[in-house]
Design a protein around this ligand. Structure first.
Ligand SMILES: NC(=O)c1ccc[n+]([C@@H]2O[C@H](COP(=O)([O-])OP(=O)(O)OC[C@H]3O[C@@H](n4cnc5c(N)ncnc54)[C@H](O)[C@@H]3O)[C@@H](O)[C@H]2O)c1
Ligand SMILES: O=C(O)C(=O)C[C@]1(C(=O)O)C=C[C@@H](O)C=C1
Length: 378
């Protein structure tokens, strides 16, 4: 096994590791594929439907599967809740009524975090630790048929520990998640819902509204559908998301969504005024601003194995600090393939993401920056 990954079987006390996945669909199935076959690891799938459990095993996504929550959770070290957001609290309730392994970690992959994190306090008396999770990768497809070993590779994977979550448990989950090759980002659950509402849930609502608007026009003239080409396809792929998954997400995050929809209406009103006034410069300025921001989006190179060695450096708010770090790495002959400022954490002024094509460069950069008293995270 590659040294880059953690091997839980290295320590004698955890020779076997049981991972239970509840809901082996797009995300649950992709996680299962990342864990299955690792030494000492047993991956169990759960579905409420017996035919689905047979399918999970037949497709080789899990080692075995069951329709019993009790059987799946018994002695499990990690329990992943991968069902629609509207079902998460029921699973927490059911687990809270079962004898779970002491110190086991229960996590979820739901696209909203605040409500499930609050609800999961119920697990504490069971000796289980809940850490909310949300991999920022996915697709408009659903079901175990859409699961992929590479889905989460290079994506951000958000964890939302609370003040009460011990560092030991966070590290344990992070260690397991290394098998996904995703990059962990930690944030508060409420802040997660605000931000993800804006960058994921709002775009899904807009895509659906746009498709439905055009579908309405198409009823009187089929040319709308026939001529819809690149632009329409690009902006509307996500309108094909699973209706139940998205119903649950939007309802769960509705307070945030209502504000975002109103802000969106404001943006459209602004556009309408510019057109009413024939303000061409104003329209062009809207495109310039949007293009500038969009060009700064992180590149998502899913499944690519170049440039996956990354580290994060907290950067104090000094002028010239980024140039200074780049110069220090250059002088040490460390090859940097990308450098990007991200603002994903509340508690530091900024975070710099450094990417390398070689793991040796990542190791050398981490050691150098630590020796220069920078806070470096992997
Ligand atoms: N689709 C995405 O792009 C994406 C990305 C990140 C996180 N998520 C989140 O991951 C979770 C799973 O989404 P997915 O895209 O994998 O969906 P999916 O439909 O592919 O999988 C959902 C799984 O839950 C099971 N399930 C559905 N309804 C159920 C019910 N009533 N009771 C018990 N099990 C039920 C299904 O059998 C399936 O195994 C959701 O909470 C979603 O918000 C989705
Ligand atoms: O790529 C897509 O199709 C997605 O919809 C993925 C996406 C997103 O909006 O980025 C959707 C929902 C998730 O909770 C996380 C990721």
């Amino acid at each position: 096994m590659s040294g880059e990954f953690s091997d839980f079987t290295e320590s004698k006390e955890s020779l076997r590791l049981k991972i239970a996945i509840f809901g082996v669909g797009l995300i649950g199935g992709s996680l299962a594929l990342c864990f299955k076959g690792k030494p000492g690891v047993e991956v169990v799938g759960h579905s409420v439907n017996a035919a689905s459990t047979e399918k999970y095993v037949a497709r080789g996504v899990v080692d075995w599967a069951t329709t019993s929550v009790e059987e799946a959770s018994k002695d499990a070290d990690f329990l992943f809740l991968c069902v629609p957001v509207g079902r998460l609290e029921e699973y927490v309730d059911e687990l809270a009524s079962l004898p779970l392994k002491a110190g086991c970690i229960v996590t979820d992959v739901g696209s909203t975090k605040a409500s499930v994190v609050r609800h999961a306090d119920k697990l504490l008396p069971r000796g289980a630790v809940f850490i909310g999770g949300h991999p920022m990768a996915g697709s408009e497809r659903s079901g175990v048929e859409a699961a992929s070993l590479h889905l989460l590779e290079n994506a951000y994977y958000v964890l939302t520990p609370t003040e009460g979550t011990s560092e030991e448990h966070i590290l344990k989950l992070e260690k397991l998640l290394k098998w996904t090759r995703a990059h962990i980002v930690k944030t508060d659950a409420v802040l997660h819902d605000d931000i993800v509402g804006a960058i994921s849930h709002l775009p899904h609502m807009i895509a659906v509204a746009l498709v439905n608007q055009i579908a309405g026009y198409n009823e009187s003239n089929e040319l709308y559908r026939m001529l819809a080409a690149g632009g329409f396809r690009d902006i509307t792929r996500i309108a094909s998301g699973d209706p139940v998954i998205w119903r649950d997400i939007l309802l769960n995050n509705r307070e945030v969504m209502l504000k975002l929809v109103r802000d969106w209406q404001g943006e459209m009103e602004r556009f309408a005024s510019l057109l009413e006034e024939g303000d061409g410069e104003g329209v062009a300025e809207q495109f310039r601003r949007a293009g500038q921001f969009r060009s700064q989006l992180p590149e998502r190179r899913k499944g690519m194995i170049t440039s996956i060695y990354e580290c994060y450096v907290d950067v104090p708010d000094h002028p010239g600090i980024i140039g200074k770090i780049a110069t220090e790495l250059g002088q040490a002959k460390i090859n940097l393939s990308n450098l990007q400022i991200i603002e994903s954490r509340e508690d530091v002024p900024g975070v710099l993401r450094l990417s390398f094509q070689q793991s040796e460069d990542q190791d050398k950069a981490t050691a150098l920056l630590k020796s220069l008293n920078y806070a470096v995270h992997m």
